[in-house]
Design a protein around this ligand. Sequence first.
Ligand SMILES: NC(=O)c1ccc[n+]([C@@H]2O[C@H](COP(=O)([O-])OP(=O)(O)OC[C@H]3O[C@@H](n4cnc5c(N)ncnc54)[C@H](OP(=O)(O)O)[C@@H]3O)[C@@H](O)[C@H]2O)c1
Length: 271
Amino acid sequence: MNDLRIGIIGAGNMAQALISGLVKQGFQHGLIAADPSAEARNAVTAHYQIKTTADNSAAVSDVDAIILAVKPQIMAAALASIKASVDQRQLVISIAAGIPSTAISAGLTAHQPVVRAMPNTPALIGAGISGMVANQYVNASQRQLAKRILEATGEAVWLPDETQMDAVTAVSGSGPAYFFLLLEALTQAGEKIGLEPATAARLALATGAGACRLASQSELSPGELRARVTSPGGTTAAALDVLQGGGFNELLEQAVSAARQRGAELAAGTD
Ligand SMILES: NC(=O)c1ccc[n+]([C@@H]2O[C@H](COP(=O)([O-])OP(=O)(O)OC[C@H]3O[C@@H](n4cnc5c(N)ncnc54)[C@H](OP(=O)(O)O)[C@@H]3O)[C@@H](O)[C@H]2O)c1
C-alpha cells in the first residue's frame, strides 16, 4: 500500500498535519503537494522531503488519491484547476469545511469517488479525530485507503450519511475550543481562590490531560468515572452541584446545537 501515490492540493496547516503523519507511515515517496505559495512549498520540502509543485494539475495526474486541503472559498477555483487532469477512477478526499461531496463531484466528474472528511486541530500533533463519509462511487479499497490516510493524523470514523457532518463539526471540529475554554476557566477559578497563575494553569492542564487519558484507557464510561470520584457530601459533589444545578449540561447542548446550526448556514451560504 505504501507504493500508492497521493497528490495534495493546498499545503497549509491541515495538509502539513496529513503529510507529517503520512511520511511517518512510509508514504513519503508517493506524496506530492501543490501550493501557489513558495513559502508553503519550501516549508513542506524542508520538513518532509516530499515533492512539491506550483501546478495543481501536475499534483493530480497519475496519483491514486487526491486530497483537497484548500480553504472552502478557494475550492471552486481549485477544482477548476485540476478538472482536466482528474479521471473518475481517482479517489478524491476533501477536508474543506461545509463543502458537500456533490459540489466536489460536480466540479470534477459526475461519478467521481469522493470522501468528505472533517478533521480537527489536534491532527497537528497526530491526536485528531476525523468524521468521514463516502459517496456511492467509492469502492472498498478506496474506503480503506481514505481511512488509512485520515488515520495518519489520529482516529477516523465513518458516518452513515453526510447530513451528520454538521454534527461532527459541532462536536469534534469545534470541540477542541470547548476544552480550551474549560482549561482557561479552571485556571482563572484557581487564581481567584489564591493560586499563582502559572500553578493554576499547570494544575488545570495536567488535570484535563490526565482525566482524558484516564477516560480513554478505562473500561468505565465518563459518567461512571465521575461517580467514582464524587463522594456524597464531598468536595467534588459540592462543585458538581454548582455546575449541574447551573445548567452546565444544557448549556453545552445549546452550544453544540448552535455550532451545528451555524455549520448548516455556512454550507448553505446563508450567513
Ligand atoms: N484548521 C482546521 O482546524 C481545520 C479543521 C477541519 C477542516 N479544515 C479544512 O482544511 C482546509 C485547509 O485549512 P487550513 O487551516 O490548512 O488552511 P491553510 O493553512 O490556509 O491552507 C490552505 C493552503 O492552500 C493554499 N492555496 C490557496 N489557493 C490555492 C489553490 N488555488 N491551489 C492550491 N493551494 C492553494 C494556501 O496558500 P496561500 O496561503 O498562499 O493562500 C494555503 O497554503 C480548509 O478547507 C478547512 O475548512 C481545517
